[in-house]
Ligand binder design. Structure first.
Ligand SMILES: *Cc1c(COP(=O)(O)O)cnc(C)c1O
Length: 824
C-alpha cells in the first residue's frame, strides 16, 4: 500500500462484524449464492468449504489491513523471514480457532446439516516444505502474529508441494501433489508487486561521475509475482503476511516463433521460467545440488529483497536506516545468496558505498543453521555460480577478500583456520560455501537447541567462531500450542481449562499449573480417558486406511518423521524384531501389548531410506499375520505423513520415539508436539531432548544411549558393529533373521546390504546403542504396568512443556536478534 491509500484505509476502518451463529449462517449462504453460485440444496461439501473459508477470510482481512496500517503508522521494524519452505498444512481450522469462531460456525453449518469437521477435512494440506525446517517456519509465522511482531514470511509458491507417498508392494511410490487443483481461496495475487529476476549474462564496468560502477546485464529474465496469504495469530487481532513468489515469463509466448510455425519453441521460454517455481525439492538434510535449485534460491531471495527495498523507500527517504527498520532472518542457507544480492542492490543499483552497504547488510541479516550433517551443507561449484550469477560471484569474492584480510590482520590464525574461514572451498574443485556466506553477512548466527549451538562452535563454524566469537547464539525451537494442542487435542484442552482455567490459552507457560494434578487420581483418570479417545480415533484411521486392527489399550509407540539413517528408524525396527522373537520363544511371559507405529517419507533418491521403509513393511506383514503374537505386538506404517496426519497422531501417542544418533538432530520439533500432548519420550541426549530433560526432570523422560561426545570418540576410534553384535544375542538374532530373509522370503537377500552396514562400520551407532535402547523399552513396559505412575508422568509432560512454545522462541529472536516487536 502507498502512504496515500494507507491514510485513506485508516480513515474508513471497517465496522466490526457480528460473530453470532445467525450472522455467520446468513453470510455463508450469501457467499454460497453470490460467490459460488449455488443454492443451499445444490451445494456440495466442497462448496460449503469455500463459502465458510470466504466468511472467515473477510474477518481476517479486516484485521490484516489494521495490522498493516498500524505497522506503517508506528514506523515499526519489520521482520522478514526468508525460507525456502513453509509447511503450513490446512489453514481453515487454525483461522477459525484463532478467531474464536469454532462454536458459531459449527452451529451455523449444522443448520444446513453440514458438519464443520467434515468440511475442514476437504481442505488440501499445503505441503510447501519437507519436514522440521518448513514446519518451524510455519509455527514461527503463527507465533509472530500471536506475539505482535510485524512479520513477513517470504518463500516460494510451488505448484507441486511435497510429493504424495503411497506404499505399493511395501515400497514407497512418489506421486505429484496438486494442492492448487481447486484454487486457493487463502491467497491474493498481487500483480502490482512483481519484480524482474535475472540470470546469466555479463558484468560491465562503466565510469560515472569519476566513479566506477558495475552493471550486470542478465541474459535471461523472469518475473516474480507475489501471492499473499494472511497469517492470523491467537485472538485474530494481529495478522501478518506470507508472501510467496511465483515465476512467470516476461513474454508468455514468442509470437514470432509461433507464427513461423514453431509452436513448441514459442512456449519454451515460458516453460523454462515457470519451471523455477513448479516443484519443491524433496531433499531433507541433504543438498539437492542441481542448477534449478540454485535458480529457485536466487529467484526468491532477489524478489524478496527488491520487495523489502521498495517497501522501505515508500516510507523513508533513503536506505541509510534500512537495518533499523528491517530485520531479515535466513532460515538455513537456502536464501544465503541474499547477502550478495543485497550488496548488489545497495552498491550497484542504489549507489551506496561498499563499506556502508556492508554495514547495512550485516545489520539487516541474521542466519539460522539447521544441520551439522556434512552432506547437507550447501556448496555450489564456482563455474555454475559464475555462469548463473556473475555479479553476485564477484561480490562474494570481494566479501571474502575483506573477511580474509580481517582474519590475517589482527590475530595470528594458522593456514588451516584461514582455509576454514574462507567462503571458497578450494579443496573440492572450488565451491562457494553458503554457510560461510550467511555467517559473515549476518550480525547473529543461531543454532536451534543448546547442544546443537555448542556443537556448531566446534564443528561447521569452528574457524569463523574464532574470528567472530560473539556471533553464535542459541535459539531453541518451539511449536505453536494453538495448532499442536488446542486444535489437534480439544479433549485435553477442555480438560486443562476445567482444571486450571483459561489463562494457559493466552500464556502457555501457565500449563505448569497442571503439575499438582499429576497427584490427583480422578484427574489422571480423565487425562487417560482423553488419551484413550485419541487412540481410538487413530485406531479407526488405521483400520480404514490399512485394514489392520490395533488394540487401543496397547501402548501406542510412535516414530513419525522423515526417514533418515541418523533418525534411526532402523534401531526401532530391530528392537521390534527382537521383541517379536522374544514373544515367540517365551509366549508364557506376561508381555506388555504394543503397537509400533511408523510414518515418514524418504527422499526419492535416498536408497537406504527407501529400504528402511520396505523393511518396516515386510516386518509388519510377518508380525501382524503371526497368530503366535496375537494382540501383543502389531506394526503399522501409515503412508503419506504430513501435517494433517501429524495432528491426529500426536495426541494419540503413549510413547514418542526420539532416538537419533546423538549430535545429529539439530533440535527436533516432533519431540515437543508429542510431549505437549502427554506422550512419554524415549530418546537420546540429542537436540532439544536435552532441554526437555531439564524441564521435565529425569523421572519423566526415558533417556538412553551414547552421548554426542561418545559418538564422536567411537567414530574416531574406527568403531565397527561386529563385536557388539557378537556379544548381544537379541540383536544378533534379529540381524540374522532379517539377513536370512525371514521377512523377505520372496527376496532373501533384500536386506543384506542394510544389515552388512551394521556389522561393518555401524556409522549411526545402531548396534552400539541397541542394548541401552532395549533395556529402556523394557523400563517403559514396567512403567505402563503401574498406571498411576504412567499417567502422572504423562500429566507432568503436558504441564512442563509450555516453555517449548514457538511464542517463547519468537520472543527470544525478537529481543536478542531482531530488536523488533510490539514494544520495540
Ligand atoms: C513436526 C513435523 C516434522 C518434524 O518432525 P521431527 O520429528 O522433529 O523430525 C516433520 N514433518 C511434519 C509433518 C511435522 O509436523
Amino acid at each position: 500500500m502507498t502512504p496515500d491509500t494507507l491514510a485513506r484505509a485508516a480513515a474508513d476502518k471497517p465496522t466490526p462484524r457480528l460473530n453470532d451463529a445467525d450472522t455467520i449462517a446468513t453470510e455463508i449462504v450469501e457467499k454460497l449464492t453470490y460467490s459460488i453460485g449455488k443454492t443451499t440444496t445444490a451445494a456440495r461439501l466442497h462448496d460449503w468449504l469455500e463459502a465458510t473459508t470466504l466468511v472467515v477470510r473477510d474477518r481476517i482481512i479486516d484485521n490484516w489491513f489494521g495490522t498493516t496500517i498500524h505497522t506503517y503508522q508506528q514506523q515499526q521494524k519489520r521482520v522478514c523471514y526468508l525460507s525456502m519452505e513453509f509447511l503450513i498444512g490446512r489453514l481453515l481450522r487454525d483461522a477459525i480457532s484463532n478467531l474464536g469462531l469454532t462454536d458459531p460456525i459449527r452451529e451455523a453449518l449444522a443448520r444446513y446439516d453440514v458438519e464443520l469437521d467434515l468440511v475442514e477435512l476437504l481442505e488440501p494440506d499445503a505441503a510447501l516444505g519437507n519436514g522440521g525446517l518448513g514446519r518451524l517456519a510455519a509455527c514461527f509465522m503463527e507465533s509472530m502474529a500471536t506475539t505482535g511482531v510485524p512479520g513477513f514470511g517470504y518463500g516460494i509458491r510451488y505448484v507441486h508441494g511435497f510429493f504424495r507417498q503411497e506404499i505399493v508392494d511395501g515400497q514407497q511410490v512418489e506421486l505429484p501433489e496438486t494442492w492448487l487443483k481447486h484454487g486457493n481461496p487463502w491467497e491474493f495475487e498481487r500483480r502490482e508487486s512483481s519484480y524482474e529476476i535475472g540470470f546469466g549474462g555479463k558484468v560491465t564496468t562503466i565510469e560515472e561521475g569519476g566513479r566506477q560502477r558495475q552493471v550486470w546485464r542478465p541474459a535471461e529474465r523472469v518475473l516474480a509475482v507475489a501471492y499473499d496469504t494472511p497469517v492470523v495469530g491467537w485472538h485474530g487481532t494481529h495478522v501478518n503476511t506470507l508472501r510467496l513468489w511465483s515465476a512467470q515469463s516476461l513474454d508468455p509466448i514468442l509470437l514470432d516463433a509461433f507464427n513461423a510455425g514453431d509452436h513448441i519453441g514459442a512456449l519454451l521460454e515460458a516453460n523454462k521460467a515457470e519451471a523455477i517455481t513448479r516443484v519443491l525439492y524433496p531433499a531433507d538434510s541433504h543438498q539437492a545440488g542441481q542448477e534449478l535449485r540454485l535458480r529457485q534460491e536466487y529467484f526468491f531471495s532477489s524478489a524478496s529483497l527488491q520487495d523489502i527495498i521498495r517497501r522501505h523507500l515508500a516510507q523513508y527517504p533513503d536506505l541509510s536506516n534500512l537495518s533499523d527498520k528491517v530485520a531479515v532472518q535466513l532460515n538455513d542457507t537456502h536464501p544465503a545468496v541474499s547477502v550478495a544480492e543485497l550488496m548488489r542492490l545497495l552498491v550497484d543499483v542504489h549507489g551506496i558505498e561498499w563499506d556502508t552497504a556492508w554495514e547495512t547488510t550485516r545489520g539487516v541479516f541474521s542466519y539460522t543453521n539447521h544441520t551439522l550433517l556434512p552432506e547437507a551443507l550447501e556448496t555450489w561449484p564456482i563455474h555454475l555460480f559464475e555462469r548463473l550469477l556473475p555479479r553476485q560471484m564477484q561480490i562474494i569474492y570481494a566479501i571474502n577478500a575483506g573477511v580474509l584480510r580481517e582474519a590475517t590482520q589482527g590475530q595470528t590464525f594458522d593456514d588451516e583456520t584461514i582455509r576454514g574461514i574462507s567462503l571458497i572451498d578450494e579443496g573440492n574443485g572450488r565451491r562457494v560455501r553458503m554457510g560461510q556466506l550467511a555467517f559473515v553477512g549476518s550480525h547473529a548466527v543461531n543454532g536451534v537447541s543448546a547442544l546443537h549451538t555448542d556443537l556448531m562452535k566446534v564443528t561447521v563454524f569452528r574457524d569463523l567462531h574464532k574470528l567472530y566469537p560473539t556471533r553464535i547464539e542459541n535459539k531453541t525451537n518451539g511449536v505453536t500450542p494453538r495448532r499442536w494442542l488446542f486444535e489437534s487435542n480439544p479433549g485435553l484442552t477442555r480438560l486443562a481449562e476445567e482444571a486450571i482455567g483459561r489463562g494457559f490459552k493466552d500464556d502457555i507457560t501457565q500449563l505448569s499449573q497442571l503439575d499438582p494434578f499429576a497427584e490427583d487420581a480422578a484427574f489422571r483418570e480423565r487425562f487417560a480417558g482423553v488419551k484413550r479417545q485419541n487412540k481410538q480415533r487413530l485406531a479407526t484411521l488405521i483400520e480404514e486406511r490399512l485394514a489392520i486392527s490395533v488394540n487401543p489399550d496397547a501402548i501406542f509407540d510412535i516414530q513419525v518423521k522423515r526417514i533418515h539413517e541418523y533418525k534411526r528408524q532402523l534401531l526401532n525396527i530391530l528392537e521390534t524384531v527382537a521383541l517379536y522373537e522374544q514373544i515367540r520363544s517365551l509366549p508364557h511371559l506376561d508381555w506388555t501389548p504394543r503397537v509400533k507405529i511408523f510414518a515418514g517419507k524418504a527422499a526419492p533418491s535416498y536408497a537406504q531410506a527407501k529400504e528402511i521403509i520396505h523393511l518396516a513393511g515386510d516386518v509388519a506383514r510377518v508380525i501382524n499375520s503371526d497368530p503366535g503374537v496375537r494382540d501383543l505386538l502389531k506394526v503399522v506404517f501409515i503412508p503419506n505423513y504430513n501435517v494433517s496426519l501429524a495432528e491426529i497422531i500426536m495426541p494419540a501417542a503413549d510413547v514418542s520415539e526420539q532416538i537419533s544418533t546423538a549430535g545429529l538432530e539439530a533440535s527436533g520439533t516432533g519431540n515437543m508436539k508429542f510431549a505437549l500432548n502427554g506422550a512419554l519420550t524415549i530418546g537420546t541426549l540429542d537436540g532439544a531432548n536435552v532441554e526437555m530433560l531439564e524441564h521435565l526432570g529425569e523421572e519423566n523422560i526415558f533417556i538412553f544411549g551414547l552421548k554426542a561426545d561418545e559418538v564422536a570418540k567411537l567414530r574416531a576410534e574406527g568403531h565397527s558393529g561386529q563385536g557388539v553384535i557378537e556379544r548381544q544375542p537379541l540383536l544378533r538374532s534379529a540381524i540374522d533373521s532379517i539377513s536370512a530373509g525371514v521377512f523377505s522370503q520372496d527376496d532373501p537377500n533384500r536386506y543384506a546390504g542394510l544389515m552388512g552396514a551394521l556389522r561393518d562400520r555401524d556409522w549411526w551407532m545402531i548396534a552400539a546403542d541397541f542394548r541401552a535402547y532395549w533395556d529402556t523399552q523394557r523400563q517403559l513396559d514396567m512403567a505402563w504396568r503401574d498406571r498411576a505412575r504412567w499417567d502422572a508422568i504423562a500429566v507432568r509432560n503436558t504441564a512442563r512443556m509450555g516453555w517449548f512454545s514457538s511464542d517463547r522462541s519468537i520472543r527470544e529472536y525478537a529481543h536478542d536478534i531482531w530488536r523488533a516487536g510490539p514494544n520495540a
